[in-house]
Ligand binder design. Structure first.
Ligand SMILES: [Zn+2]
Length: 268
């Protein structure tokens, strides 16, 4: 395997680079423009891993302007077949508490205007998004999380809002009343673009606070920004160790449907 190739991609920033003994940062060009930043490639165990901060190293790309297509395509060009996409999210349900992890299995797309497909024609391509997240990687994440004594919720739907504004109280109360688990700004179209490239994708979400609707309904107390920062700091290492052990245990071969997402997606 060349030094410019990787099997596993992680959308994580420089905090993750310490997981690798040594790494090389490379610039990748794509037909969709440059990705959010240089990509750091290195070795973890016997795996080649590529790290890319989705917001850019200087956090210069807010969620609604992240070059999602370039980021996914850059990973594809490196040979990546699995992507782990950690992020920080708000909880929509009282029993999903700050500091908990959620491995979601569905999304609700409330974004608008984002470039969310690689297939603008001429060949009509309609992939199924019935199961947008890789079941195998989800199972592995939950299993390892529980082994590491992390409170990890297996499944749940995440609402992806356009941002950069947060939800209104009415929007948030609606999401909560639908039984949806979490709210964030980056899962769409990131996860579906990965599937369009037949890449397995899993989201590891860290709950930082309760969304406004749960608080308004009296289900939970509002969380101050100081408390959010505390949750982030105290959980950074747990996110890293979960991802590290996942990388070590991802099997080399794939027997999940993600690898064949395009098989029945083309018309004519
Ligand atoms: Zn898969």
């Amino acid at each position: 395997m060349s030094e410019h190739s990787a099997q596993i991609g992680v959308f994580g920033g420089s905090g993750f680079y310490s997981l690798m003994d040594s790494f090389k940062e490379i610039k990748v060009e794509t037909p969709y423009g440059p990705p959010s930043d240089m990509i750091a490639i290195g070795t973890i165990g016997d795996k080649r891993v590529a790290f890319l901060p989705r917001h850019g190293k200087l956090h210069q790309y807010p969620p609604h302007v992240i070059p999602y297509r370039a980021n996914i395509y850059a990973m594809k060009q490196l040979g990546v077949t699995r992507i782990i996409g950690p992020n920080c999210v708000g909880s929509l349900q009282a029993h999903i508490k700050p500091g908990d992890f959620v491995v979601c299995d569905q999304f609700i797309d409330r974004t608008s205007g984002r470039k969310d497909t690689f297939y603008d024609g001429p060949v009509a391509t309609h992939i199924s998004s019935a199961e947008p997240y890789c079941a195998k990687l989800r199972e592995l994440a939950v299993e390892i999380g529980r082994k590491q004594n992390i409170t990890i919720h297996d499944g749940g739907a995440t609402v992806v809002i356009q941002g950069p504004r947060f939800s209104s109280r009415a929007e948030s109360q609606w999401f909560t009343s639908m039984g949806w688990a979490t709210v964030n700004m980056t899962q769409y179209p990131e996860c579906i673009l990965a599937l369009e490239q037949e890449i397995c994708y899993v989201n590891i979400a860290l709950i930082t606070d309760y969304d406004v609707g749960v608080v308004a309904d009296g289900g939970a107390e509002a969380v101050s920004s100081a408390e959010v920062i505390k949750v982030l700091q105290s959980n950074n290492e747990r996110v890293k160790s979960l991802i590290l052990e996942m990388i070590m245990h991802i099997p080399d071969t794939r027997d999940c449907p993600c690898a064949h997402a395009l098989e029945f997606a083309r018309m004519g």
